[in-house]
Design a protein around this ligand. Sequence first.
Ligand code: ATP
Ligand code: MG
Length: 723
Amino acid sequence: MDVSRLIDSLNEKQREAVAAPPGDMLVLAGAGSGKTRVLVHRMAWLMEVEGISPFGILAVTFTNKAAREMRARVEKLMHSSLQGMWIGTFHGLAHRLLRTHYEEARLPENFQILDSDDQYRLIRRVLKALNLDEKHWAPKPIQWYINGNKDEGLRAQHIETHGDPAQQRMKEIYQAYQDTCDRSGLVDFAELLLRAHELWVNHPRVLQHYQQRFRAVLVDEFQDTNNIQYAWLRLLASPNNNMMIVGDDDQSIYGWRGANVDNIQHFLRDFDGAQTIRLEQNYRSTGKILKAANAVIENNQSRLGKELWTDGVDGEPISLYAGFNDLDEARFIVAQIRQWHDKGGALSDCAVLYRNNAQSRVLEEAMLHEGLAYRIYGGLRFFERQEIKDALGYLRMINQSLDDAAFERVVNTPSRGIGERTLEQIRETAKVTEQSLWQTSLQMLQEKRLSGRAANALQGFVDLIFRLQQDSLELALEQQAEDVIKGSGLYAMYQAEKGEKAQARIENLEELVTACKQFEMPEEAENMTPLSAFLAHASLEAGESQADSHQDAVQMMTMHSAKGLEFPLVLIGGVEEGMFPSQMSAEEPGRLEEERRLCYVGMTRAMEKLVITYAESRRLYGQEKYHTPSRFLREIPTDCIEEIRLRNTQVSRPVQNRFAPATSHSAFDSTGFSLGQRVVHPKFGEGTVLNYEGSGEHARVQVNFSEVGNKWLVLSYARLTPA
Ligand code: ATP
Ligand code: MG
């Protein structure tokens, strides 16, 4: 048997882990040290050398994407397809178990899964049924409460309320919600895990079956498991099987969602005799990138402590760019990608990472303007998001109240007591009279064809739209947007929810106001009002389908979704105090450390080149804010950084077209130069292009020459050549 291919491409420590004799093992190592690679090779080793069949292997990863990749990699190593092998996320695996053992789990055969939005809606229905006012019992915190308890393995009856009436009420809501789920055969995400756990606790025979079946259990990204997941793994452990746990405490970034990094310690406590292997060689990133990332994470107090080194090339320094504002920053990012692409680099090798989804809008627009295909991971494109579509729905009603789709979208969002029956009546009548839903509503109100309550509710909506229309006559576009967001009750609706997701929605709504403020009328919109031009712009952008999966496209995602991935070129935007770390986490040491780990995750995604940007001013969430560079930037050693722009130049926000002046295709078209490029001047010698302004004959470029320092040169006279 030739197993050399399973270990040839590994270093000594990695081999030790892959070829270890049966036993429990913890692989604790920093980013890019080959943890996932070790896990994949170990699976192959277990099958080939230990003779474990694919049926005997259970592997857990963090995302479905990672699970698919892992399967493909093992299959490639084994030269065969591995059908019976269980590879998936905790949720996916729990789901599979429950499907198989639905009877023991006391579920109907065709039970349905509730996603987070469904769960939220169901909670609202339960509140209504209990006659509880959402103003006092906001659904979002209740959703957190329910899921948080489930993550800890707690059913309502297990919760001790110590006679506190509010606690008692929460407990009742939890119970009522669960009863409804059980009656209707509904299972939410947290329930999947809890049910699967209970299945094993209550049915030792079922558990035994899996203990015997799975001789090897392997878990990647272990630092982000929560308590119920860990409890589930512990149940599965038996003398018959072994665990391989792989993780990095420095990359624990889901604490806010209940993940518990202490599980690493718990594992060592609970699995007596488990071997710990540390990997210290990094194969992913250049020396400069690694040094910078190591220096940043060193500022955290609570660490298990690891060092990473590489014997790869030192590589280019990290490019740091200070944008004048967010538009300038986006322009720079896009220009960098364009440059990479022009040199033959694939777009799919570039990742743009950011802290919040709301940051993607300006970047998306810059990409579209530059004609670069992009794909957004783990999130919708800006104009496709629910709350944005809601707000646009109102704007469309103001613009053109005959818009039935917009009517349907907003007539009862936020809820104003217009029931499905009333709507059905309106639709039916509209069908007969062949008029819009809006006209039909007006008519039915006039003719008093609706019952008192329904009529009042509908009248409220009609009055609102009339009022917003009236207001809009005098308001600038961004004020119209603001008027709509506030006046419609959308803002208040999300504000009442509190919670992470609601907060994100509010931020997106505010971002819509910014989008309106920054909107500039395109030439072809000569005869349109700003509002209709903007709406056309928004639907064109939303209609622009995401690059399909075969197309070469830039990858855009939050740093959270980038975990475990790697890209030759990584660009991180918005690295400013108040953004990253966020305002809230900057004030709390524990959360600040989690932000710093997130920064470490972001930086260590880069293989060859890392670009970091920040903006001195940013219009985000509807306001212009001035930020200082993130403290994380100060933690990077200066010899790892190359600053791209000097501080003393001033470029104003372009009036005509936001993205035109500085993209590499305007002033630089004829010359082929771009920001950051090395150039040679016959008299001044070699230097780096820092900035440019104007176009055509008047285009000027700023170059930082090694010999003579900074100079502004008129491009048409300067006789610059690429270095
Ligand atoms: P993360 O913490 O980000 O999940 P990781 O520790 O799981 O990182 P991998 O993704 O397994 O790291 O490996 C990082 C990169 O290094 C991959 O491209 C992998 O193929 C490569 N690599 C790992 N070990 C070796 C090795 N011994 N020789 C060559 N390349 C290696
Ligand atoms: Mg990994």
